[in-house]
Every structure is written in C-alpha cells, then in structure tokens.
Design a protein around this ligand. Structure first.
Ligand code: GDP
Ligand code: MG
Ligand code: K
Length: 298
C-alpha cells in the first residue's frame, strides 16, 4: 500500500461494438480477468473487470443502456445507464481509429454530453492508421464534445495502455478496496432484480408510494439448471404505504410480483420463483446503515 493510502474508483467503459473494449480489458487485467458472461446484457452496473494493485483498485463497468438502441425496456435502460455514468469516477469512451465516426458513436456522444462525470476519449487501434490521420480523427471528436483528456492507444499491441492505467489510478481518490484482490467480477444480477421490482412498485402504485421505496434482494438460490428462487423485501416508510403495496387481499403485491418476474426472466433468461415481502422502516433514508443495506451510496 502506498503512503497516501489506498485509492479506488469506478470507470465506465463505453463504446460501440468492435471498438476493442474486451481487448483493452484483457490487456489491462491480463489473464486475471473473467469477463462477465450472464445471459443478461442489460444490467445496470455490469462489472467487467477489477484491477487491483498495491496502490489501489479500479472497477471497470459496462453500461449497456448507453450503446443499445431503444427497445421495450429502452427508457429504463437509458435511465439506469445514465445513473451508472453518474456513479462512475470517469468514463472511458472508446472509439475506433481506423473507421470514421458513425451513428453508434454519435448515439453514445449524445448521452455522454448529459453527464458531469469526466469523459476520456480513448482512440483505439492506432496501429492501423498513420499519425497524420490520427490528428484528423482527434479534431473531429473534439468538435463533438469536450473531453477531459484524449489517449491514443492500441489495445491489441498494448501501446499507451500502461500509461492510461497509471493515469487513471493517479486520478482516483483515496477509497476502500471494494473487492478482494483476487475477485475479478461481481454479481450484478441482484441489482437489476431490485431495480425492476422497484420500478413495478412505482408504476403500479403511482403517486401513492413515494420514490423513497427500496427493494432488497435477500436471497438468490438456484433450484436447478433453469430455476432461481428469489426472495425480495420491499421497504417502505409508513404502514399506510405498506397497505397500498400489499393491496386488497394481496392483489397489488401479486401484480408487482408477476410483472417483475416477467421482466427478470426476460433479462436473465432463467425461470424465477419470486417471493416478495413488505417491510416498514420509518425514515430509513436518514439511517446510514439502512442506506448501505438498501444499496444507496451517499
Ligand atoms: P468490443 O466489441 O468493443 O469488445 O471489441 P473487441 O475487443 O471484441 O475487438 C473487436 C476486434 O477489434 C477484435 O478482432 C480485436 O482483435 C480487434 N482489436 C481490438 N483492439 C485492437 C487494436 O488496438 N488494434 C487492432 N489492429 N485490432 C484491435
Ligand atoms: Mg466486447
Ligand atoms: K484483479
């Protein structure tokens, strides 16, 4: 550990398909990386790799909603992608040096413009272009939005990659080691499940239950190859809200469960047996411990 203390932070790695995101992750984290391979390509904080040194830890996450066109879950995806970007300490926007800027790049640029998180432009595959062309490319991207810094690299050959990593680690603030040094992936399914259940509560109860509702996934247990048993608790602040969420003879909670289960199944590709409970915890938002338990960072 360095004298200044351990550093840590999150990097959102974005870029249209084939720009070299996986190649870069592999180069950075080497054989230690295990790319997440859930059936879902849609989780909010899809952790792709964790880079740990004596100096600090950088968690790389993918934000799929940012590079996917709209579908039925489009709005939800864009919203969650945007909040993932806000939670990141920096965004690495990867583009391809040997292809002109395209619609896929512009789609992402338009979303990156809306975030306050610093965006680093990573121009990849510089081994395929001559330096004069590189300047034209940099100029073109610069005109689209403001970047905190621009890094030309070759993820394949490794050119510029150590410098990029050193730079990022340097920028990170002191912070905890979120994951053990030998852990390279997380299980973000938990996150998407709670987000989807929360979404259904808000949709179905409309104005009656405030946005302060939280959903905790208490248990995910695999029954067999295709079935997951999931237990979730919906946390509200007042007994009246609990009554609304449960509904007449449990009609509301049942409907919440049915709709959430369908979305979770569609996203994860597993059959879900979903059990939901409702709990009242007064003013949980004022309790730091509760905030952490319910997955809200300060
Ligand atoms: P992703 O879809 O963004 O994850 O892109 P991949 O990492 O799968 O890379 C797509 C293709 O580009 C693969 O064939 C890579 O080998 C190639 N590629 C990635 N980085 C570089 C690079 O720096 N130089 C060259 N020449 N090819 C690269
Ligand atoms: Mg990839
Ligand atoms: K690691």
């Amino acid at each position: 550990m360095s004298e200044q203390g351990f550093k840590s932070g999150f990097v959102a790695l974005v870029g249209r398909p084939n720009v070299g995101k996986s190649t870069l992750l592999n180069k950075m984290i080497g054989e230690k990386i295990a790319i997440m391979s859930p059936k879902a390509q849609t989780t909010r904080n899809k952790i792709q790799g964790i880079y740990t040194t004596d100096e600090g830890q950088i968690v790389f996450m993918d934000t799929p909603g940012i590079h996917k066109p709209h579908n039925s879950l489009g709005d939800f995806m864009v919203k969650t992608a945007m909040s993932a970007l806000r939670e990141a300490d920096m965004v690495w926007f990867l583009v391809n040096a040997d292809e002109p800027r395209g619609a896929g790049d512009d789609f992402i640029i338009n979303r990156l413009k809306d975030t306050k998180t610093p965006v680093y432009l990573i121009i990849n595959k510089i081994d395929l272009v001559n330096p004069a062309d590189l300047l034209t490319i940099i100029d073109d991207y610069r005109q689209q939005m403001e970047f905190a810094e621009i890094f030309p690299i070759s993820a394949l050959k490794g050119d510029g990659v150590p410098e990029l990593l050193d730079f990022a680690m340097d920028k990170m603030a002191e912070g905890p080691q979120y994951y053990p040094a030998d852990q390279i992936t997380d299980h973000p399914e938990r996150f998407i499940m709670s987000e989807l259940i929360r979404e259904k509560v808000l949709q179905l109860t409309r104005q009656e239950v405030p946005h302060s509702v939280a959903v905790v996934i208490d248990k995910i247990e695999r029954q067999d190859e295709n079935h997951l048993h999931v237990q979730a608790t919906i946390v509200v602040e007042r007994p009246t809200q609990k009554n609304i969420v449960i509904g007449k003879q449990g009609a509301m909670i049942k409907e919440i469960g049915v709709r959430a289960r369908k979305d979770i199944e569609r996203l994860l590709g597993d059959k879900i047996f979903l059990e939901t409970w409702v709990k009242v915890e007064e003013r949980w938002r004022d309790k730091p411990q509760a905030l952490q338990t319910y997955g809200y960072k300060e």
